[in-house]
Design a protein around this ligand. Structure first.
Ligand code: HMG
Ligand code: MG
Length: 302
């Protein structure tokens, strides 16, 4: 199959990238990160979570982040909403898109959102209905689609089943997420092919954590199955608090570098992105987590 001419990149660093940070990051830094990413050309920035602050303290200032950002016209600002309480926060914050997040693994569903897969779908129903009546976009994220930290292998049928349930809820987009970054290209191709046999590929996205260094290869495998939406986190920031040992999402700089080499358009300014990666890594007191970003910064300094 020929590769798409254009890919939509969703920048998830302000949410997935920061949620696992131990020290509380000032709201002003979160706001600046969201603004700079939108200015760099991302059509979609995942900006905050409206989840329990007891479960994920780093995301407790979601309302302030959303109230503080200067919004770039046309950019979609997404937030995570596990239940109606989260949805009400998202509505008040004028989010463009709400994200319901379930799992293809029962064990992970219990640890991450404290309920079974079936219970989570029932909880998402009113959120989905409210989002649709409010004219908001709705996205559904499927965790552990390529493996689970508690259960190990996850049957492909479970991923397809949750994808179909999300479709029935009215999701505009469905994320196939490798939460712990264990997937390899063969499995990625198998899962993406099975999901896109039931869901229009234009609505399916790949969300790859890079724990085992497979994320770029998995993106290429997904491109070959017709997927053209990917999530990435600048400087490879992140991890899930309920997936111990899992590292961040694939670094956006690396993804943009690869896509550029493949002649695929993203609309993202690579140089601005490298600057953002170096800036936020400096704030977090660590070296940049993107190979392409660090190489570019080193070349500039030489
Ligand atoms: P629960 O304890 O079962 O819920 O948590 P509850 O309804 O019994 O509420 C307990 C308390 O939380 C109450 O407060 C609620 O008011 C409060 P209390 O009365 O004890 O003071 N509460 C809330 N507060 C603010 N906003 C809310 C909210 N809901 C309840 N929306 C719940 C269930 C889902 C809320 C909880 O488990 C939770 O918040 N989990 C957080 C999960 C999370 O954020 N995980 C990380 C993001 S997912 C991810 O990273 C994966 C992804 O990247 C894809 C991938 O890589 O796989 C998307
Ligand atoms: Mg994630």
């Amino acid at each position: 199959m020929s590769l798409p001419a254009r890919v939509k990149l969703v920048e998830v660093a302000p949410r997935d990238g920061l949620q696992n940070e131990k020290n509380f990051i000032p709201t002003a830094i979160k706001i600046e990160l969201v603004e700079r990413l939108a200015d760099a050309g991302f059509p979609n920035v995942e900006a905050a979570s409206f989840v329990s602050p007891k479960w994920v303290p780093q995301m407790a200032d979601g309302a302030q982040v959303m109230a503080g950002i200067r919004r770039k016209p046309g950019t979609i600002y997404s937030v995570l909403t596990p239940n109606m309480k989260g949805f009400e926060g998202a509505l008040a914050a004028r989010a463009d898109e709400v994200v319901i997040f379930g799992a293809a693994s029962e064990a992970f569903s219990q640890r991450n959102i404290n309920c079974s897969i079936a219970e989570s779908i029932a909880r998402f129903e009113p959120v989905a209905q409210a989002a649709k009546s409010a004219g908001m976009r709705l996205r559904g994220s499927i965790s552990c689609a390529l493996g689970c930290p508690y259960q190990g292998e996850v049957p492909v049928e479970s991923v397809v089943d949750v994808a179909q349930r999300f479709l029935a809820l009215g999701c505009d987009e469905i994320d196939v997420a490798d939460t712990i970054g264990v997937g390899t290209p063969l499995l990625t191709r198998k899962v993406m092919s099975a999901v896109t046999a039931k869901v229009d590929p234009a609505r399916v996205s790949g969300h790859f954590h890079d724990t085992y260094g497979q994320a770029l290869a998995n993106i290429l495998a997904s491109l070959e199955t017709g997927i053209s939406i990917f999530h990435a986190s600048v400087s490879g920031l992140g991890g899930c608090p309920y997936a111990k040992g899992a590292t961040g999402n694939v670094a956006t700089e690396d993804v943009v570098y690869m896509l550029r080499g493949l002649g695929i358009e993203t609309g993202v300014n690579f140089d601005a992105l490298v600057d953002i990666g170096q800036w936020i890594s400096g704030h977090l007191d660590r070296k940049g987590g993107s190979r392409a970003g660090n190489a570019t910064a080193a070349k500039r300094a030489a």
